[in-house]
Design a binder for this molecule. Sequence first.
Ligand SMILES: [Fe+2]
Ligand SMILES: [Fe+2]
Length: 202
Amino acid sequence: MSETVQPLGRSEFGNPANAGNLLTIEDATALLNQWVNNDRLRLHMRQVAAVMKAWAIEKEDADEQIAMKWELAGLLHDADWERFPHDHCRIIIEELEQRNIDPEIIHCIASHGPRYFGVEPNNRMDKMIYVFDELSGFIHASALIRPTRYEGMDVKSVMKKLKTPSFAAQVNRDDITDSLSRIDFSLEEIIEFIIRIQQHVQ
Ligand SMILES: [Fe+2]
Ligand SMILES: [Fe+2]
């Protein structure tokens, strides 16, 4: 996340009357493809979406609609980053507000970087997108330097790389520590989960 991002300056997002209004995954993907040219960034969002959805189903006992909310938040959280780096994530938030999308999805996107956007994660969906965002990218960077990519990748090697400041230096370790302090799962558990889900995302 760029240090030049502006705080959003508000903590209420969307309209409670729009609860339950979701985009279809097809519409969200179309928006993504229209707004984002960079394949790496598109992949990042598909990865976070897959991890969010899987977590909702496995750990939060989410039904289909709730799992889709988690997935959509992941899929769109950086949709405006390429075109509007200084107004990330204000532009995608305003777009979803205009489309009358469920406020929980919008709040989740707004809370994926509390230090940057000035929005505190409230519920578990908010907290998990914050946890997964940086770690997902870090684990993918770790996979890319391995000849076998995700195959045979273990938690220990990722933990070791996290302690090497020069590796994927743009990934802020303080954000990872802060995000984990807000949940009851260990860093090792989260890394294991991300590796397991993310290896299947194309
Ligand atoms: Fe972001
Ligand atoms: Fe992200």
